[in-house]
Design a protein around this ligand. Structure first.
Ligand SMILES: *[C@@H]1O[C@H](CO)[C@@H](O)[C@H](O)[C@H]1NC(C)=O
Length: 321
């Protein structure tokens, strides 16, 4: 079944993918801010009998070096089963979205893509523009914190699971570090000349070349991929230069809606101190601490249920359906 509906500024064609007892999933293309590049998205609706009109809508995106196939469906399905609509999207240059060169991370563009999808959601008659919720995990958790502090976004609530807040583990000055720095510089030059980027692995073992090399990160990242797909372990080396200057926790005082942070207290990738600082800075922040590591909150891992439960309780309290 194909529904075609033309809306101002956006061309929309939603292709039904799945219908179950508790949700309906369809595929969408949303025009990005860059002409000619579409964002690939999934839309989730609650089962027909749960569709109050208009529906609260949760906008969701994926983490660093990932795409929406890496575990996000499980969250969206749980939210849709509880009565919330969701739009899950891939950023430009990632996943099934358009944009070249591939696998280049640009924070400004990712935030702009969130804003594009937020605007799109607010223009759909089936969604309530006053009840728009932000959701992110890990690096997209950084974006939800940033956008929850932006008055122009005016979200009703925001949720960040194991978010990057601006604190990463210090990098040892070893040969791997020098190789990464060299690759990043060469990548800038090559991309500046319009050539293929220099790629490094997104995740690799400690002391080897890669963007994320803390203990347990490689196995954690591979564990959140569906079993039947291979992880595309590459990111342009200069993407790493985006990270140190991105400090979502610096925005804490401006957070203007209830913000849930689900914090794995043993996270060695996105250090927990940043989230604790945010919760001390603003009363808008509710911290739910779970004694586990970064990847343990994802589907199929030891503490997934606790994270989902905390998120559903938060939604029920601040955005009841
Ligand atoms: C999304 O990521 C998975 C690995 O986790 C990869 O296999 C797949 O090709 C990616 N999808 C696209 C469209 O790039």
């Amino acid at each position: 079944m194909i529904n075609i509906c033309l809306c101002l500024g956006f061309s929309r064609s939603a292709l039904l993918l799945t219908t179950t007892m508790s949700f309906e999933k369809s595929a969408l293309k949303i025009a990005s801010a860059r002409p000619g590049w579409n964002l690939d998205a999934w839309q989730y609706l609650p089962a027909a009998e749960r569709r109050t009109q208009p529906l609260p809508i949760i906008v969701m995106a994926h983490g660093f070096g990932a795409n929406k196939t890496m575990g996000l469906a499980h969250y969206a399905e749980a939210f849709a089963a509880a009565g919330y609509a969701c739009i899950v999207f891939d950023y430009r240059r990632w996943g099934a979205s358009d944009g070249t060169p591939r696998h280049v991370l640009i924070v400004k563009d990712q935030l702009e893509d969130y804003r594009t999808v937020i605007k799109y959601a607010r223009q759909q008659p089936e969604f309530d523009p006053q009840r728009l919720v932000l959701w992110g995990s890990s690096f997209s958790g950084a974006h939800t914190i940033t956008l929850s502090a932006d008055a122009t976004v005016n979200a009703i609530a925001a949720m960040a699971q194991c978010p990057y807040t601006g604190l990463s583990p210090p990098l040892p000055l070893d040969t791997a570090y020098l190789k990464i720095a060299g690759s990043a510089l060469l990548d800038i030059i090559k991309q500046g000349l319009g050539l293929t980027p220099v790629y490094i692995p997104v995740v690799s073992e400690p002391k080897s070349v890669g963007a994320l090399t803390t203990e347990g990160t490689k196995s954690g990242m591979l564990a959140i991929c569906s079993k039947d797909i291979e992880y595309w372990n590459e990111i342009s080396a200069s993407s790493l230069l985006q990270i140190p200057s991105y400090q979502p926790r610096a925005k804490a005082a401006s957070v203007n809606c209830p913000l849930l942070i689900v914090l794995p207290t043993e996270d060695n990738l996105c250090l927990p101190e940043g989230a604790v600082q945010i919760s001390k800075t603003t009363e808008k922040c509710q911290l739910v601490s779970i004694p586990c590591g970064h990847f343990d909150l994802y589907h199929g891992m030891s503490h997934h249920t606790e994270s989902i439960t905390a998120q559903l309780e938060f939604l029920e309290k601040h955005v009841p359906v």
